[in-house]
Design a protein around this ligand. Structure first.
Ligand SMILES: Cc1cc2nc3c(=O)[nH]c(=O)nc-3n(C[C@H](O)[C@H](O)[C@H](O)COP(=O)(O)O)c2cc1C
Length: 166
């Protein structure tokens, strides 16, 4: 496909398919919102950026109704989901309904929300926001790390949930 010549709709569909060839983990982003209720969303755009200072990035759609609720959070939790947490990803990406119904989660004193069963927990604050086309690149500074070395991660590839070795 020539990206310059194809229609916008075709480019969107084809690029989504093309980018899905890159296997990723799935990260649950969670925090206690201004009204005291938990907020969360699933992302696979997570990447590590810098060791000093400790920075990671996610990119969020500019149309997201959920991300703006995180912007005033004192602390944001990131959970690299474990192999048994496909249902957490499905629920945290649902457009309707209670994303936290029936899910095991916990908040720390600063309001970062994490999901037991994950391979890694990070607690972060927003460092900066960078323009990224129809997404915004969110740089997050890491303040706390909890690493669960025995948990195999969940993998997202070609729009399917998989596990390592599957
Ligand atoms: C595996 C997976 C990865 C996703 N990754 C991202 C992402 O990196 N950035 C993003 O903005 N939305 C991502 N989403 C979509 C969000 O989880 C969620 O569906 C979306 O935020 C819902 O819209 P809302 O923000 O308006 O509530 C992903 C969804 C899934 C299932």
């Amino acid at each position: 496909m020539n990206v310059q010549q194809a229609s916008d709709a075709e480019v969107g569909t084809q690029l989504r398919r093309a980018f899905s060839a890159f296997p990723t983990g799935v990260v649950a982003v969670g925090a206690v919102g201004a009204d005291g209720a938990p907020i969360g969303m699933a992302v696979n755009s997570f990447t590590s950026i810098s060791l000093d200072p400790p920075l990671v990035a996610i990119s969020v759609a500019n149309t997201s109704r959920t991300w703006p609720q995180f912007e005033n959070a004192a602390s944001i939790g990131l959970s690299v989901l474990g192999h048994a947490q496909e249902s957490v990803s499905r629920q945290l990406s649902a457009r309707e309904g209670d994303r936290f119904a029936g899910i095991d989660w916990q908040a720390d004193d600063d309001g970062a929300v994490h999901f037991p069963g994950a391979a890694l927990w990070l607690s972060c604050t927003v460092h900066s926001l960078l323009p990224g086309g129809d997404h915004t690149i969110v740089l997050l500074e890491v303040s706390e790390v909890d690493y669960f070395a025995d948990v195999e991660p969940l993998v997202f590839h070609h729009s399917r949930y998989r596990t390592i070795g599957e």
